[in-house]
Design a protein around this ligand. Structure first.
Ligand SMILES: [Zn+2]
Length: 386
């Protein structure tokens, strides 16, 4: 029998396992974990060795029509086995049921007795992956505690320089995982951190790689999570989650050490299930600022550097936001614009494809590398004075 195993960071629901005539069948769907939206899943299925099983296993991902931005079902999840690292599962066979519900199906080899298959929506990025990057960048990044989460997990911030309030320079503040399941953004951030270290940049960079460590540990998707979506917890008057409050305090420490209008807060995200490519959001009202900030020019350089991976249009404004669940509450971009007066952009990187290519972890890191190069080489970055 193939049995689903629950662990701390797993995410699946409505799990079924059966043995049909010619194949084993496992079926499940992603869980919203008390939020409003579902998309992210991660589950481990083990062969308990109690009976001889057919060679093939059919995987059924049920009710994809309820997953976020999943009209076509073209996303490509990942799989690993007891003897192999993560790799793409391939595109699923989309089946539309007579009542209109949709599911995706894949057929794979049944794991041997004692063996397993682990499935996830995209390559997981866990705290151990970050530790590996910190090790492999030979101490370039210093890791500091900046506070704790609602469940007493530590919030960490990385930096390559403390900065000096008496001699501010243009700097960068990076974040990822405000939405816990948005792992493609995390792999891009991993590439940014590696490239900045490789070039030994003196551009001062601070970074919160896991903005929602509780959500990451619990296997949450995190978009539209309860009690409040983290990226709608930045105001308008005060932060509504302890995590955003702690990060806001850190952002203010950083702001005293940088030249605000020449610096950038960059927030890494992942888009809806079926979206491809990489694109950017800028706060709607930033574009009316006079004199204009450098964000538009910097994003144009970034679009050029990304080449075919850049989705069109590349620069967008979040016009959907007033109509979303917590429409009137501020996101990080609005906090940066209205409270910090610092340029802001967020980047959305597909969970599976950019420039017509199915992405693996090194592709995500390459995208991050291209972003790091633009941050380092953009005129005026890292230089002192106003
Ligand atoms: Zn997001």
């Amino acid at each position: 029998m193939l049995t689903f195993q629950k662990c701390e960071n797993s995410n699946f629901a409505a799990a079924e396992s059966s043995v049909e005539k010619e194949f084993c069948r496992i079926a499940f769907t992603s869980s919203p974990h008390n939020g409003i939206a579902r998309l992210w899943f991660r589950c481990l299925v083990r062969n308990d060795g109690t009976e001889t099983l057919p060679d093939q296993t059919r995987i059924v991902l049920k009710n994809i029509q309820g997953m976020l931005c999943c009209d076509k079902g073209i996303f490509v999840p990942v799989i690993r086995r007891e003897d192999a690292d993560w790799g793409r599962l391939g595109r699923g066979l989309r089946r539309i049921l007579p009542d209109g519900r949709q599911q995706l199906e894949w057929t794979v080899k049944t794991p041997p007795p004692g063996g397993f298959l682990e499935l996830a929506f995209c390559y997981p990025y866990d705290p151990e992956d970050l530790e590996k990057t910190l090790e492999e960048t030979s101490g370039f990044w210093k890791k500091e505690e900046i506070g704790v989460t609602g469940s007493d997990r530590i919030l960490y911030r990385l930096s390559n320089s403390c900065g000096n309030p008496d001699a501010p320079v243009a700097g960068v503040y990076l974040l990822a995982r405000q939405h816990a399941g948005e792992v493609s953004g995390a792999w891009v951030l991993d590439g940014i951190l590696r490239r900045l270290a490789e070039r030994g940049t003196d551009l001062p960079v601070w970074c919160v790689p896991f903005a929602d460590p509780d959500g990451v540990a619990q296997g949450d998707y995190g978009k539209d999570s309860f009690p409040q979506d983290m990226n709608r917890s930045w105001g308008p008057y005060a932060q509504m989650r302890n995590e955003t409050r702690e990060i806001a305090v850190d952002l203010r420490l950083w702001r005293r050490r940088i030249v605000p209008e020449r610096s950038l807060v960059l927030d890494l995200h992942s888009p809806g299930a079926d979206e491809t490519g990489v694109y950017a959001y800028r706060p709607q009202h930033e574009q009316e600022r006079k004199p204009a900030w450098k964000t538009e020019l910097l994003l144009r350089s970034l679009e050029k550097a990304l080449g075919a991976a850049a989705a069109q249009p590349f620069q967008r404004t979040s016009g959907y936001k007033p109509y979303s669940a917590w429409g009137s509450f501020s996101n990080l971009g609005e906090f940066c614009l209205n409270s910090l007066s610092v340029p802001f952009a967020s980047l959305e990187t597909s969970y599976f494809e950019a420039g017509g290519r199915i992405l693996d972890r090194s592709d995500y890191r390459r995208i991050g590398g291209a972003i790091a190069d633009v941050l380092i080489d953009f005129p005026g970055n890292g230089e002192g004075g106003v």
